[in-house]
Design a protein around this ligand. Sequence first.
Ligand SMILES: NC(=O)c1ccc[n+]([C@@H]2O[C@H](COP(=O)([O-])OP(=O)(O)OC[C@H]3O[C@@H](n4cnc5c(N)ncnc54)[C@H](O)[C@@H]3O)[C@@H](O)[C@H]2O)c1
Length: 249
Amino acid sequence: MFNLSSIHVLITGAGSGIGLALATHFKKIGCIVSAVDLKVSDELLALDVNCFSADVSDPESLLSAFESACFKNGKLDGLINNAGIAIPEGPIENSDISLLTKALDINVKGVYLGIKYATQFLNEGGSIVNTASLAAYVTLPEYSIYSMTKASVIQLTKNAALQLGSRNIRVNSVSPGTVLTPMEPIDGVEAILAKNTTALGRPAQVDDLLGAYHFLLSDASKYVTGIDVKVDGGWSAGLTYSGIEKLSS
Ligand SMILES: NC(=O)c1ccc[n+]([C@@H]2O[C@H](COP(=O)([O-])OP(=O)(O)OC[C@H]3O[C@@H](n4cnc5c(N)ncnc54)[C@H](O)[C@@H]3O)[C@@H](O)[C@H]2O)c1
């Protein structure tokens, strides 16, 4: 039920962090991995997967990566729309509007285009998994742009699930809490918050995320579509004893 060997999966944002961990995992278990990123990182090259350089927010560039990946390896069985950015935006009143445009382009339009092209390049019975974020639910001051882009990913996931269900294509999302990657360093505010306020008392390592994506790509989730899976160490469950203690002292 969990066997994914020899399926063809395309992963965007595969050059770093969560995407690189996903590419490594799916390659290791015998999938054909097509890895897409702005540029092909040394780590990705070392993995010996099919690498394609593309910008997910640029229709021509992303379409060409889908075409090359499928020309070489046949149609897709899985797509992980994972590329995303988090830009420090500051208070709304002083924010730079170009940041809003950039984040919408990559985090929302990039996922939308991935789903759009998957309708051409995904086999019936395929699975799409989008990387959203806990920030869609639990936001922080000065994270308005990032949070709204990730909330959009969850809503887009639900809508696409409705549209593609008749072809037995499932669409789900994963919402990580804080994951230690180049985007979220160990000494960053989010990692410190995760240590102090999650039920599990720590931020995630990238490998903490793999099971959720594997489940959603596999037959084990064959009747699961249109949902968001939070992988947040219990952050969204509420305040912990230590969190309450710190807040009340
Ligand atoms: N790290 C976290 O705590 C965390 C938490 C929740 C959600 N996320 C989400 O997880 C995803 C991966 O984040 P990460 O932490 O691994 O970050 P990361 O910065 O390590 O990796 C992101 C990758 O996406 C690529 N990318 C960025 N813009 C692109 C574009 N226009 N086209 C193609 N590729 C592009 C980057 O080059 C990079 O390789 C993102 O969508 C992010 O929003 C991360």
